[in-house]
Design a protein around this ligand. Sequence first.
Ligand SMILES: *Cc1c(COP(=O)(O)O)cnc(C)c1O
Length: 219
Amino acid sequence: MNIADNLQNITTTLPKTVTLVAVSKTKPVSDLTVAYNAGQRIFGENKIQEMADKWEEMPKDIQWHMIGHVQTNKVKYMAPFVSLIHGVDSFKLLKEIDKQAEKNNRVIDCLLQFHIAEEETKFGLDEKEGIELLTSNDFAALKNVQILGVMGMATFTDNQNQVKKEFTHLKSIFENLKALNPAHSNFKTISMGMSGDYPLAIECGSNMVRIGSSIFGGR
Ligand SMILES: *Cc1c(COP(=O)(O)O)cnc(C)c1O
């Protein structure tokens, strides 16, 4: 496994409009450093403590994305430095992110996570809940969070038609949410696609892919 080669092979095939999040969860800082030296600056982690440890050790021009499920009581550990939180799936969590962002005198960027897969286990809102959240007065009162778009994970299956249907669903949720507030020009991110399905995700409108094992090897 050559991390720098893998990274280059992927980045050269990605359209310029697509942002690559290098998913480095469970991997040692030495592996991340190889990717960093090859030019990668956006890393995705799914555990807050692990991300905070790596943030302390690594260069400070890295953008750290939290791609995993977030427990409300742990938001404070990443609030000083996190660049984008992908997995926001409740108002309660968003409110805590806002509170911790305010304490750190900053605005934290977030994506709303939607449940598009068939599997019961994956977290996320449905479209109706997303609309309710974004149009609520409670949300309007939050000054230290900004919702930049949506995130979702497709079902883990070989059935390409099903995966395509799920990605297309997320794209349609994105368009419907965007239409709620056309003046909000920062609402433009669709985070979908992983090692196994990112080309299809991009075909379906993704502009942010989260790729781990195809860069760093299996976990
Ligand atoms: C681990 C993970 C990824 C990356 O998965 P790979 O199959 O290794 O590319 C992407 N998104 C989320 C939310 C993850 O937890």
